[in-house]
Design a protein around this ligand. Structure first.
Ligand SMILES: Nc1ncnc2c1ncn2[C@@H]1O[C@H](COP(=O)(O)OP(=O)(O)OP(=O)(O)O)[C@@H](O)[C@H]1O
Length: 676
């Protein structure tokens, strides 16, 4: 609101030089006590007031006389665009009852009297109170105002509803709220309503005192709070159920983001549960194909799927609300797929066994392994495999060396299957397993009648069998000296005589030999022929023991876990940290074979689906403890030796000895105390 909105407009003014008669006419016509007087340029010059009029008449002024001498020049002027707030204070301070409102050209366009001011104030108050009422009504707050005697002087509709009264004004507030004090906040139950009352007192100008009371209905809030509590309780219950779920469960929202996931599912897929939360299910568990139910809108069951050798099935269940899929649940059963699964497993196990024996049968006298089956993460091993792969292509004799269980046979088979002889037989002879007296006939066969007794028919030897292919001589260090001589001749001349035979037999055989014995020592001891040693040692492959390939331990654990889950039907998903630490610090004298046996045993015993320390064999745990203890002892021996030396060097001076050792004097004293 600006001044122009509340002033009394004027349509005519006096001009300097106007007469008393015209002034009287204007005052009478417009019923005003003050008439603005303007210059010829229409600018305000002064005012002709009722006092001016009486002064002129008393001085004998005539109707034709000029008003100029009686024009009051000291005029309060107000700009028409002045805001209401400023006008209010200007008027309050002004000594004159009427101000002249001028426009931007200084032309008077209206009068502003105290009456105008009062009616403007009245308008303003009316609009303020209307606004306040609207605010109170839309806030849903009940509002009551009392005077200092607690008599209600104002109440809104909401307050009347709360207190169930058609009218409250004039009633005593103590009837409803017996104790009211400033700052009070109280819960009140009344007429079936439950609300909170807040009271504050007011003390206005003119000594008006009293209280303002606000009432807020809390029944709705309470209802919401109790619903929230129930929901929270249910969520807690669901979380607990998830924690202890035996099956794998995952729940996603409409967008496919994971809201809940059970630990067994994370274990199965080796996923960190915290990292999986809120992520998109296709990112974390793409195998489950969970989002397919958003299209199909009905529950689905997958076929048997497999991970880490563990079979599982997925039940995909859509969560439907108002005919719309608002989420989905994936239930992954893998630990006890129920009786059907057990039967399935048994059947599958038997099928595996049949497959295995079929394979064995098929591969009898032929290679069973290939390079891909040599599992390793170790750089030296990888290099060795590369060298062996190259060597396999040639014709040279290969000697494979390494401790028992390191994979010598695996290498020999892989060499054969990647050589040009792969379609021909691979014949294995374990030199340590054949009785001494039979070794020769095993290798070279014998003619009919070579032995006394008519039952003896001729026999084909291993060299004959391996013709065109590879002869794998395992445990070559155990071959007798006499056989070594014959073997050397075959290797050099590529021909031999059968036992009891007289004709030469020509053969094309590639020799791959293996041993875990130190052949050089056997040569030195005269137990192995030096010439044969050199003949065999054309290409030598030294397989490092497992303890020198720490990275392979973990990799092979994963490998055996997967294959045994499939072969023996277990559902082991991981090796717990304590067991892993033990397995990594063990020295594995039996190498990969031992690791494979330990895994098979541990997986059979693992109850929680994860291998724990307790599932490892007792002998292994004991050996690790003993070696830890021995290491500690050796460390202590070294330490004591160093202390003794330092003390000798410093002639018993402990400060100097500590300095030599690079430790503080107090820690030297501590150590001396420990060793004493
Ligand atoms: N790197 C490897 N990856 C996968 N399996 C392996 C590996 N090395 C060895 N194995 C497995 O360990 C077991 C022992 O291997 P293999 O028989 O080849 O050892 P070896 O050195 O010939 O033993 P031995 O000297 O006692 O005859 C086998 O079951 C083999 O498949």
């Amino acid at each position: 609101m600006i001044l122009r909105d509340i002033m009394t407009p004027i349509s005519e003014t006096l001009i300097t030089g106007d007469t008393l008669g015209r002034a009287v006419i204007l005052m009478k016509q417009f019923k005003i006590n003050v008439v603005p007087v303007v210059t010829k340029q229409d600018e305000l010059y002064g005012v002709f007031t009722r006092t001016s009029l009486s002064d002129m008449i008393i001085s004998g002024g005539q109707s034709n006389d000029s008003i100029d001498p009686y024009v009051v020049r000291d005029v309060v002027t107000l700009n028409d665009t002045t805001p209401y707030r400023e006008v209010e204070s200007l008027v309050k301070q002004s000594h004159v009852g009427t101000g002249i409102v001028i426009d931007q050209h200084l032309k008077p366009i209206g009068l502003f009297t105290k009456t105008d001011m009062i009616s403007a104030l009245f308008e303003q108050t009316k609009s303020l109170s209307h606004m306040l009422e609207q605010i109170l009504d839309s806030s849903h707050l009940g509002a009551i105002m009392t005077d200092e005697h607690s008599t209600i002087i104002y109440s809104n509709e909401q307050a009347k509803q709360f207190l169930n009264k058609e009218e409250l004004d004039g009633l005593c507030s103590l009837e409803f709220f017996p104790e009211v004090e400033n700052g009070m906040v109280k819960q009140v139950q009344m007429e079936g309503n439950h609300f909170i009352v807040r009271a504050s007192n007011f003390d206005r100008e003119l000594n008006e005192k009293g209280y303002i009371l606000f009432m807020q209905d809390v029944s709705e809030v309470e209802e919401m709070a109790s619903e929230l509590k129930t929901v929270q309780g249910l969520k807690g219950l669901l979380d607990k159920a998830m924690e202890h779920a035996y099956d794998g469960i995952v729940m996603v929202n409409k967008k496919g983001n994971i809201q809940m996931v059970s630990p067994p599912l994370c274990e199965l897929f080796s996923i960190d549960r915290n990292k999986a939360m809120r992520k998109h299910v296709n990112e974390v568990f793409p195998q489950l194909n969970l989002l397919s139910v958003f299209q199909s809108q009905h529950a689905e069951v997958s076929d048997f799927l497999e991970i880490k050798g563990i079979k599982y099935i997925v039940n995909r269940i859509p969560i439907v609300q108002d005919n719309e899929v608002i989420g989905a649940i994936g239930k992954v059963t893998y630990r006890q797929i129920d009786d059907v699964k057990k039967v399935f497993k048994k059947l599958e196990l038997m099928e595996n066994q049949v497959d295995y024996y079929k394979e064995q049968l098929k591969q009898k006298d032929s290679s069973r392994f290939r390079w891909e089956q040599i599992i390793t993460r170790d750089e030296n091993m990888k290099k060795l495999v590369r060298t062996a792969t190259k060597a396999a292509k040639g014709l040279s004799t290969i000697l494979i060396r390494g401790e028992s269980g390191t994979g010598k046979e695996l290498f020999a088979h892989s060499i054969h299957s990647s050589s040009g002889r792969q379609l021909k037989p691979l014949v294995t002879v374990n030199c340590a397993a054949i009785p001494e007296q039979l070794l020769e006939s095993e290798f070279f066969g014998y003619e009919d009648g070579a032995f006394t007794g008519a039952a003896h028919k001729g026999k084909i030897g291993k060299f004959d069998l391996a013709n065109g292919g590879t002869l794998f001589l395992d445990e070559i260090g155990d071959m007798s000296l006499s056989l070594q001589a014959k073997m050397l001749r075959v290797l050099q001349e590529k021909e031999f005589y059968r036992v009891g035979g007289t004709s030469r037999v020509n053969v094309d055989v590639r020799i791959v030999a293996a041993t875990n014995q130190p052949l050089e020592d056997l040569v030195a001891e005269g137990k192995f022929r030096e010439d044969l040693y050199y003949r065999l040692n054309v290409i030598s492959l030294q397989i490092p023991p497992l303890r020198d390939r720490p990275n392979d331990i973990e990799r092979l654990i994963e490998h055996f876990m997967e294959s045994f889950n499939s072969i023996i039907g277990t559902s082991v998903t991981a090796v717990k940290n304590d067991a892993l630490t033990y397995m990594k610090s063990y020295h594995w004298p039996g190498n990969v074979r031992e690791l494979s046996n330990v895994m098979e045993r541990a997986m059979t015993f693992a109850e929680s689906g994860q291998i724990q320390k307790e599932d490892l064999p007792e002998y292994m745990l004991r050996s690790i403890e003993e070696s830890r203890y021995a290491q500690k002892e050796t460390r202590m021996d070294y330490e004591w030796e160093a202390i003794e030396k330092a003390l000798a060097k410093s002639s018993g001076n402990k400060s100097k000895a500590a300095e030599i050792l690079g430790i503080s004097r107090s820690s030297l004293y501590e150590k001396l105390k420990k060793y004493s």
